[in-house]
Design a protein around this ligand. Structure first.
Ligand code: IPM
Ligand code: MN
Length: 365
């Protein structure tokens, strides 16, 4: 059966990187005899310009009917520099997460050995690090009551969690840990926050159902330090929306670059796959963005939404081979990278596609 995929390029470098992700999907289709039907939707700044809203109903309808979503990025400097604008590109992303019930955001921190030199952290600290973050995605300060006083001198965002929200993401984390190194680190700020004490209590309760999985708790401030001090200590990390947002940007340095980090958002229905990086307007249109995060997001889609493990591994292997061959985009190049091996977005996509045609043994399903 054909898999219906909606591509949401969004803003900034979103279009450049999702184009390469889509090409990799098409190549997987050819190599493995899989069929995809592609559609496109608008979101973010582009949608605001065209319709006045950041996530038009028309887009949402397409998404609800899809088997998977490949998302790029949203954002525009115009809004960053003017906090008074009421309609903002990020609202499109947040509404999409909420409407589609995408409560679990998986962010695997995978370090390719070839990129040990690309990080500003010492190679001996990084080698072997392999962390899977579960960031809760539809609760917390992101969605709690917010408001401002008329005098413009006071504003608030409520940090709020319900037990069922903590419970369902905790289950996902423990289940994932069972297939990995059987350790869960839950991150909160339970020494200060009531919502974190609820978080910790519920995670402990859920943990009792997984006696084979070790559970530890960290405060978010300590975690921010330990994560880059001893990244190898961690296996599965589960945390709230805001802490997860911050810690995974930090953790991207363990993978060498933001340009390498893929993510999957799953929950009640359709899955959404996106790089963790943003719209990067500073490099938009230059064609130099790293498409590997989008391509690795495609690998997550193949495995998580479709259960196609071989196809997913083929994509990851192709990326590894391309890196082994010395090819880099500018963000992951280092002093030892020869100029001719620094590729632009399109050429990096080409390399992965070529690698797929060379290394995949075609099979029929
Ligand atoms: C992310 C992004 C978003 C978030 C922004 C764009 C709203 O930073 O996906 O990590 O804060 O969740
Ligand atoms: Mn973020």
């Amino acid at each position: 059966m054909k898999k219906k995929i909606i591509v949401l390029p969004g803003d900034g470098i979103g279009r450049e990187v999702t184009s390469e992700g889509k090409r990799v999907l098409e190549e997987i289709g050819r190599q493995f005899g899989r069929e995809f039907e592609f559609g496109e939707g608008i979101i973010g700044h582009e949608a605001i310009e065209k319709t006045g809203t950041a996530l038009p109903d028309e887009t949402l309808e397409k998404l609800r009917a899809a088997d998977a979503i490949l998302f790029g990025a949203v954002g525009h400097p115009k809004y960053d520099n003017d906090p008074s604008l009421p309609v903002r590109p990020e609202q499109g992303l947040l509404k999409m997460r909420k409407e589609l019930g995408l409560y679990a955001n998986l962010r695997p921190i995978r370090l390719f050995d070839e990129l040990l030199g690309a990080s500003s952290i010492k190679p001996e600290v990084l080698r072997g690090a392999d962390i899977l973050f579960f960031r809760e995605l539809t609760g917390d300060v992101y969605f709690g009551e917010k408001g401002k006083k008329n005098d413009g001198q006071t504003a608030y965002d409520m940090m709020i969690y319900h037990a069922y929200e903590v419970e369902r993401i905790a289950h996902k984390a423990f289940q994932a840990a069972r297939a990995r190194r059987k350790k869960v680190t839950s991150v909160d700020k339970a020494n200060v926050l009531e919502s974190s004490r609820l978080w910790r209590r519920v995670v402990q309760e859920v943990g009792k159902q997984y006696p084979d999985v070790e559970l530890e708790h960290e405060f978010v401030d300590a975690m921010a330090m330990k994560l880059i001090q001893q990244p190898r200590r961690y296996d599965v990390v589960v945390t709230g929306n805001l802490f997860g947002d911050i810690l995974t940007d930090e953790a991207s340095q363990i993978a060498g670059s933001m340009g390498m980090l893929a993510s999957a958002s799953v929950g009640d229905s359709v899955g959404l796959y996106e790089p963790i990086h943003g719209s990067a307007h500073d490099i938009t249109g230059k064609g130099i963005a790293n498409p590997l995060a989008s391509i690795l997001s495609v690998a997550l889609m193949l495995e998580i939404s479709f259960g196609w493990k071989s196809e997913s591994e083929a994509v990851v292997d192709a990326v590894r081979q391309v890196l082994k061959s010395g090819y880099r985009t500018a963000d992951i190049a280092d002093a030892s990278t020869p100029k001719e091996k620094i590729l632009n977005t399109r050429h990096m996509g080409d390399r992965v596609v070529i690698q797929l045609t060379q290394s995949t043994v075609p099979s029929t399903h």
